[in-house]
Design a protein around this ligand. Structure first.
Ligand SMILES: [Zn+2]
Ligand SMILES: [Zn+2]
Length: 250
């Protein structure tokens, strides 16, 4: 009791000193951090990350309009009913906006790699049913040239915190042009054959695998990864991403 109290007091004192001397601000909202020793993002920002509101599409994880549930026993969005997907199920912590978007940006583009741990923890909590029964997680790889440029792969950083083994079972064959701004159809063509299984994938024959990435937009990248994994004999490919760009179902 006394020890805990002492530690808490010491930490509060350290927070106060760091807050005054360095005046660090939250990597997401830019407000001054009250507890800088707890990490580069403030508690308010973490708390503001809400899960996607059910009902969700059973396959891709997109929110469904509630009225659809009345007529459809197994809830699937129009897109997933139209096209057979190679990803069996996908889920995300939340939608790609607000604090979640800012945190991913800080991790990816400002090199705040320490954010992978708390963000990964949140993925593990909210994606528990994706991870249950899976053999391993596989991070979506970057092309070696982009990996060199950034210095790290954010998906690999996140994959380390899922509580099950992480395997580098995929490699990126082509440095695909950025997906941003491309319509869905073009995105799928853009990445279709961009991935191949590595030697590590040989041991995954007959297993259930969870792909890990920071953001899923149209799911084109995840689909291309799933294709390579299924060609290597993986029976079920799930996907867990930090965020999902939610578009209204058509
Ligand atoms: Zn904040
Ligand atoms: Zn769907």
């Amino acid at each position: 009791m006394t020890g805990d109290w002492g530690l808490a007091t010491a930490r509060a004192a350290l927070d106060a000193v760091v807050a005054v001397l360095l005046a660090p601000s939250c990597a997401a909202c830019d407000e001054p951090l009250r507890h800088p020793t707890r990490g580069p993002v403030c508690d308010d920002c973490w708390r503001s990350i809400l899960p996607l509101t059910p009902p969700l599409c059973d396959r891709c994880g997109d929110p469904l309009p509630t009225w659809r549930l009345v007529s459809i026993p197994l809830a699937c969005c129009p897109r997933c009913r139209r096209t057979r997907r190679l990803i069996d199920r996908a889920r995300a912590i939340g939608s790609y906006d607000g604090a979640l978007r800012a945190i991913i940006h800080a991790m990816k583009y400002d090199g705040r790699r320490s954010l992978a741990r708390p963000l990964g923890r949140l993925m593990r909590e909210r994606g528990a049913d994706m991870l249950a029964g899976a053999t391993c997680v596989v991070p979506v790889p970057l092309h070696p040239s982009r990996r060199r440029h950034r210095g790290f792969n954010q998906a690999a950083d996140l994959a380390r915190h899922m509580g099950i083994p992480a395997r580098s079972a995929l490699r990126r064959l082509r440095a695909t042009p950025t997906q941003t701004g491309l319509p869905a159809g073009r995105r799928h063509r853009n990445v279709r054959d961009a991935f191949a299984a590595t030697h590590a994938a040989a041991s995954l024959n007959g297993t259930v695998v969870v792909l890990i990435d920071d953001v899923s937009t149209t799911g084109a990248t995840l689909e291309a990864c799933a294709r390579a994994l299924k060609q290597a004999g993986v029976v079920e490919v799930r996907a867990l991403t930090a965020a999902r760009v939610v578009t209204s179902p058509r």
